[in-house]
Design a binder for this molecule. Sequence first.
Ligand SMILES: [Zn+2]
Length: 232
Amino acid sequence: MGLDVCLTLDADWAPPNQLEVVVELLEKFEVKATWFATDNSSVMERISANPLFEVGIHPNFYADGEFSGTQDEVLAGYMRRFPTAKVVRSHGLFSNGRLLTSFVNQGLCIDSSIFMPEHKDVQGYQLQIGKNVLTRVPFSWADDHFLTKPQCPSALEWVNQNMRQVVVMFHPVHIFLNCRNQQDYLTYRSTDRPVMHDEYGVRNMFEELLSSANCADYRVVHLSELAKKMTG
Ligand SMILES: [Zn+2]
């Protein structure tokens, strides 16, 4: 038994220099992670080539997405970019019944588009769709949630409050900016300049989690490993 921790990253079209900061931290500490990729770049190729990482897709089904057309056409666009993807988390947690069917039709078998903040030891479940099965694995800590609710525990504090399994989610942009609150991100969005500060932020929180992973009594696993464990 023991605690299994899954670190997930929603790429959210972050530019290569932002992805690089995150990859270098993960490689430095040699900690596994599951990426929900959006677009291709040389950094994303480096991520895909490293067995430390599992790469799924993070499709945008909203009207401002880069692919137009039906849900199936949008999904097919992302699958062309990442044809071996087995795991998915929709951008903005977009979901509906038909979409879950589209996921399995495209060969995706694990969906992590459910957020359950402050729920400990969240369980996954299997959804039978025709002859296929989609395992749904919720996440329970997210950096953007933390930024709007600073009374939330830090990522490491939250991990330590779970006994069996936990999925946490980070965005490269918040790690890159070392955001302390939502305002740091909004300032960057409106000025295109990072807010410089020496205070504790998301990057410190991420590094804290990675450095503790090397000496803690929990295992860091890919989402597909966790899904397998949860569903036997
Ligand atoms: Zn997103």
